[in-house]
Ligand binder design. Structure first.
Ligand SMILES: [Zn+2]
Ligand SMILES: [Zn+2]
Length: 252
């Protein structure tokens, strides 16, 4: 059985564990090791199952705990060289990846996909195991063609719904930051995420999880409402983390 554990999603930290039976891989480690350890215990994840740490990009909310995590668990970090060269990881075992070149970790087929974000060489990940496909796609201003294709193929997709346009524009952020977030190398708003989800809806069993919600410029209710209205997916079928510290384990 393929499961996805969303341990954190948003600017306070990102960490997702994809598990097939008794092996797993982690995508991003943005919380401290001790915090992540506690969340894994609470979700019933045995650390010894985790075989690799994949990094999407070097922003602190994705890599804060990466070095300690890799060392404590004795696992390698996988990411492209530009990303690896852009954050402080200390001494770790490193496996180099390239955007759009697939690789295998145990039972998991992994394909790094290009995102558009103000980072060195940011990636989303398509992960295939046990005959199912999971997409983890956050921190992107637009959906690139390979990302759209992966969203169409996914059985389970974490799709960024970072901000509500009105809340961002009327909110407390300084103008340059607002412009950065709204740009093609920023984040996805609820409406644009909804359009991507709608345009790629061919698999009626696909499950959507809304990720990386801004705590200043979005709420779970507004994100769900907007995406539901545009896609026609029922509100209760659109899951997301509800509050800081919330976690979720989902069957694919
Ligand atoms: Zn982020
Ligand atoms: Zn980022």
């Amino acid at each position: 059985m393929l499961e996805v554990h969303v341990l954190a999603s948003g600017s306070d930290g990102n960490c997702t564990v994809v598990q097939l039976d008794d092996t797993a891989i982690m995508v991003d480690s943005g919380l401290s090791y001790s915090r992540t350890h506690k969340l894994m215990e609470a979700e019933g994840i045995d650390e010894s199952m985790i075989k690799a740490l994949l990094i999407t990009h070097e922003h602190a909310d994705h890599v804060n705990g990466a070095g300690p995590m890799a060392r404590k668990l004795g696992i390698p970090i996988y990411c492209n060289p530009a990303t690896f060269g852009s954050f402080n990881h200390g001494k770790v075992d490193y496996h180099m990846t390239q955007t759009l070149q697939g690789f295998q970790v145990d039972e998991f087929g992994v394909l790094p996909l290009p995102t558009k974000h103000d980072a060195a060489d940011p990636n989303a990940y398509k992960i295939t195991a046990g005959g199912k496909t999971v997409l983890i796609a956050t921190d992107t201003g637009i959906f690139t063609f390979p990302l759209r294709k992966a969203l169409e193929e996914a059985d389970f997709a974490i799709v960024e719904a970072n901000y509500d346009q009105k809340m961002l524009r009327e909110g407390p952020y300084p103008e340059p930051l607002k412009r950065r977030i709204e740009s093609e190398i920023g984040h996805m708003c609820n409406v644009n995420s909804a359009k991507e989800i709608k345009d790629t809806a061919v698999n009626e069993n696909r499950k959507i999880f809304l990720g990386h919600l801004s705590k200043h410029n979005n709420t779970p209710d507004i994100a769900r409402e907007t995406v539901s209205r545009i896609t026609g997916i029922k509100r209760y079928k659109l899951d997301c983390l509800e509050f800081l510290g919330d976690t979720r384990t989902l069957e694919v």
